[in-house]
Design a protein around this ligand. Sequence first.
Ligand code: IP8
Length: 267
Amino acid sequence: MSEPRVDTVLKIGGSVITDKNGELAAKTNEIDRIAEEIQKTKAQGLVIVHGGGSFGHPYAQRYGLKEGFKQESQKVGFSETHHVMTVLNGLMMDALVWHGVQAISIAPSSCLITENGRIKDFVDAPLKRYLNMGFMPVLYGDAVLDTKLGFTILSGDQLISYLASKLHAERIVVGVDVDGVYDSDPKTDGNSRLLKNLTLQDLKKLRTKLGKPTLSDVTGGMLGKITELVPAVEQGIHVTVVNATKPNYVYRALKGDPVEGTTIRKE
Ligand code: IP8
């Protein structure tokens, strides 16, 4: 099978498509707007990954899934967490498909296994074949099996970095609910500064500077994102972080048009 040409791996943060103050609170208007923006780009070679927001995270946290299998009572939590992610994914798929996008949902829990939380085996033949046929695969952060932990939580951020590297993507676009990467948390620090251009070195320094993630996010918030992006940037993949809650920012980022946000390059 020939290698598919992948231009962009796009992450849509859970905080963009859900209300993280609620539980199972989808922002259906936002999901619809983003699906329309994706459709408008007529993008080829695009892979989409979305986060868990108020669907995956509260369940994963309630049952302590990220730390692995410790007791029988967690198993129903694993099922619930995966299930609510498929519900959120269904809303995303609904919007994309009815906007005429030839999107196809791929469940990480069915095609990959992690080892101590890191992706180890990924059955990529269907994904590659879908891409070769011009489909747009849509994946998400998920509850997954783990060779050492029994199971764990895989973040969409680990997935985008892994997929972009594996598929030799040109770039990663990360849609979040703030204007880009800041030198501290803009939601709690009024003096935080937006960092418009970052190099790999800056990214590594920032990793040590950024504070603890919010408790509602089992996979680590912005700090988790930064950490996960490092290997992709090391491989020369360009990253753009934009505010996906602002209309047309995702559209412009996908088109490669100038848009406010943070760009991250190797040097
Ligand atoms: O929101 C986590 O994905 P993320 C998904 O991309 C679950 O970190 C199931 C909590």
